[in-house]
Design a protein around this ligand. Sequence first.
Ligand code: UD1
Ligand code: CA
Length: 507
Amino acid sequence: MTNNLTVIVLAAGGGTRMRSKTPKVLHPVCGRSMVGHVLRAVAAVEPERVVAVVGHQREQVAPHVQEHLPDVVLAVQEEQLGTGHAVRIAMEAAGSTSGTVLVAYGDTPLLEGESLRAFVAEHEAAERAVSILSGILQEPFGYGRVVRDADGDVLAIVEEKDATPAQRDIHEINSGILAFDGAFLAEALPRIGNDNVKGEYYLTDTVQLARDAGLTVGAHPLADVLQTEGANDRAQLAELGREMNRRIVTRWMRAGVTVMDPATTWIESDVVLAQDVTILPGTQLLGTTVVGEDAVVGPDTTLEDCEVGVGARVVRTHGQLAVVGDGANVGPFAYLRPGTKLGEGGKIGTFVETKNADLAAGAKVPHLSYVGDAEVGEGTNIGAGTIFANYDGVAKHRTTIGRQARTGSNNTFVAPVTVGDGAGTGAGTVVRRDVPAGALAVSAGPQRNLEGWTLQRRPGTAQAAAAEAAGASTGSPVGTPVGDTAHKTSQGDGTRVGETPSTGAES
Ligand code: UD1
Ligand code: CA
């Protein structure tokens, strides 16, 4: 292939039918903008230079294009006077007219670099002035038609609006992707007129000009016509998105990934999966998510920019910017927020939310908990229903829990606080002060049973009836603690007769 290839990407059009404040070419398909997909295909051909023609909403389009391709040459087309006009502006910006010039559009997300590479190679081998990447369509309406003579030689491209009824019956269409001899193109562009139905400068008129000059022209149908299909509205955008997803899912299955239900599995284009990964129905793997060998993800799981380790299991989970270690278990019903890091063999279980939480190998938070701004040491088990109270209403604080700690159910860690290695906490502990290594922290008040309370205070209720049926008596006066009396007294804890203790759940 030539070592002097210029690629021109046309992206100046308005995209009115998208009905969007977002420029058409910036709409995403499988996690990447349409023009981002095109630029990736273009970059794969390793061109000498890429010129992007921007116009409509260029304050958004230009920086986006530059982000994808820092070396890009931007050409501004103030008024969209036609593809011929756009390419003329691009050629002026390119500053070079030698070699091969390839023209593509910014709204064809399924385009593949390999197709461009083969097309350019064939164009150059045939030493043509113009090559057309064409397609055979059952319904060619709207496209420019490739007009050939009796020998099959290409004569011209005629636009739909300018075509005769006979030409409209032609099924070979111009995909829009054209390859040129640069010197011919530079010389032909100023000679294109706009005397046509649309009053535009048609790039496609170069075909006729080449023929008139006795130069060679050719067209190649691309079998996979979807590669050159553009999205003009949101319905087409969704169709191309589903098709791209289908292709991505198929590619991963061929690479050794089990996908139980391709129709409900979404894998964005930058996701990376290892061999023998299993993906269960209703799963979306987004952004730069990476999944390791033998991991099982799903069902009904969304992971964005996450890393899942070898042999890990992630079930009915929503995760973003989280790392799940090898052999770890997540879910069902877990919410992994950014900065979550679960070590090897660890567990983030059912109805657990985590954020900025570093859980070391073997650490477990099995049930109904919030872990925010925390470090949990190796092999530590966090009891059910634990809250890491990281926010004091003004600032966020960290909680650090050492290794092999065993914290009780229904704890609150009021950050900033530290729990030492091998420490423990009792059920219902509110940990406000640091717990030394090996200590057991308890903060809940001792329990008192007020015998006969229900029958005295709730007579005539279903609760009282049940108590009575169970043999409860009206007994001693309410307020006399039963059992562990000495301990309670020593804490100065007494309840007066007639006091109603809080029952918690009913408040
Ligand atoms: C064009 C082709 C047609 C082909 C079809 C494939 C011409 C004259 N016609 O028609 O043969 O079958 O594409 O989709 O080339 N653009 C600019 N500046 C302009 C005009 C267009 O940047 O002044 C960009 C648009 O943003 C778009 C692309 O060029 O990405 C094609 O323009 P559009 O007006 O959609 O051309 P079609 O009428 O579809
Ligand atoms: Ca078009």
